[in-house]
Design a protein around this ligand. Structure first.
Ligand code: SF4
Length: 294
């Protein structure tokens, strides 16, 4: 689906490429992320300078936090329809729940709720559940509004590769807390480091997690993932998630691998057990028709 609108604001913008698999409208207030993951995309290539490395800073286009919040309000009102339809995603340039960034994230949530704009937040931080002002603010959100706020946790099962982030176990505890409070939850199992860890994480989170995203390691050597082992592991994970009534989105990286594992017909049938980027169940018939028309 192509975006129905192009947004190029200071806080909000329409995403491109792989980022669209997380959110069609990104919301960035800060650049820089302190977690120092060994596989970090912020450190590599041309965007690395612009994205700020491990120093967290308010983007230069904002005078201060209040100014950033005002700009977001204006941009949400200007693009209300698109924001309501696609929601906003925090964040592609930092972790939106670390100490430095979480106040503005909660402020964005407070502004989105009365405008009926869904919010997706993705973090590797679990310390915010001990931040009393932040948790009080989240507790003050009416229960019936909470499902439109989605708290996601990246889980790899390999703390040693994420030296400054909360441990994976603590992230799961934070997910449980948010789920019990009535917020929607999701797990981003990406990058898959080992299939053993991915399987364990899905099993551990099933009671607390509404939705999964599964993605492979970008830039990994061609033979990093064994096709037969990976295909069987993905199949097992998808069946388990479906069995528990939860949903799963397979990112393009995962699909490319599956195309080598399954015969064409079987691949299509298998995808119909998953959902698309917008969380809609993939209809087998629709997909075949769509591909024939391409
Ligand atoms: S959490 Fe994301 S942005 Fe931050 S260091 Fe890790 S991979 Fe990079």
């Amino acid at each position: 689906m192509t975006p129905d609108i192009i947004i190029k604001g200071k806080a909000l913008y329409t995403t491109k490429g792989a980022a669209r698999e997380y959110g069609r409208i990104g919301c960035n207030f800060y650049t820089g992320c302190p977690h120092e993951c060994t596989y970090c995309y912020l450190k590599r290539g041309a965007p690395s300078k612009q994205l700020g490395g491990n120093k967290v800073r308010l983007k230069a286009c904002f005078k201060n936090e209040q100014h950033a919040a005002e700009i977001l309000l204006n941009e949400m009102d200007k693009h209300l329809e698109a924001c309501r339809k696609h929601g906003i995603f925090l964040s592609f340039t930092t972790d939106p729940m670390i100490e430095e960034t979480r106040r503005l994230t909660v402020s964005a949530i407070y502004d989105a709720i009365p405008r009926i704009i869904p919010v997706w937040v993705l973090t590797k931080d679990a310390t915010f559940i001990h931040d009393v002002p932040i948790m009080t603010a989240l507790n003050n959100i009416y229960r019936d509004k909470r499902p439109s706020i989605h708290f996601g946790f990246t889980l790899t099962g390999h703390d040693e590769m994420e030296p400054r982030a909360s441990t994976n176990d603590n992230r799961i505890m934070a997910m449980r807390r948010m789920n019990l409070m009535g917020f929607s939850t999701f797990a981003s199992i990406e990058p898959v480091i080992t299939w053993e860890a991915a399987w364990r994480l899905v099993r551990q989170t099933l009671p607390w997690c509404d939705h999964y995203k599964l993605g492979l390691r970008s830039g990994a050597k061609k033979d990093y993932y064994d096709i037969a082992e990976s295909g069987a592991a993905i199949e097992r994970i998808v069946r388990l998630v479906e069995c528990f009534g939860k949903t799963i989105y397979l990112k393009e990286s995962t699909r490319r691998l599956l195309q080598q594992y399954f015969q064409p017909g079987a691949y299509e049938a298998f995808l119909s057990h998953t959902v698309d980027m917008d969380g809609k169940r993939i209809e087998l018939q629709t997909r075949i028709t769509h591909e024939l028309n391409e």
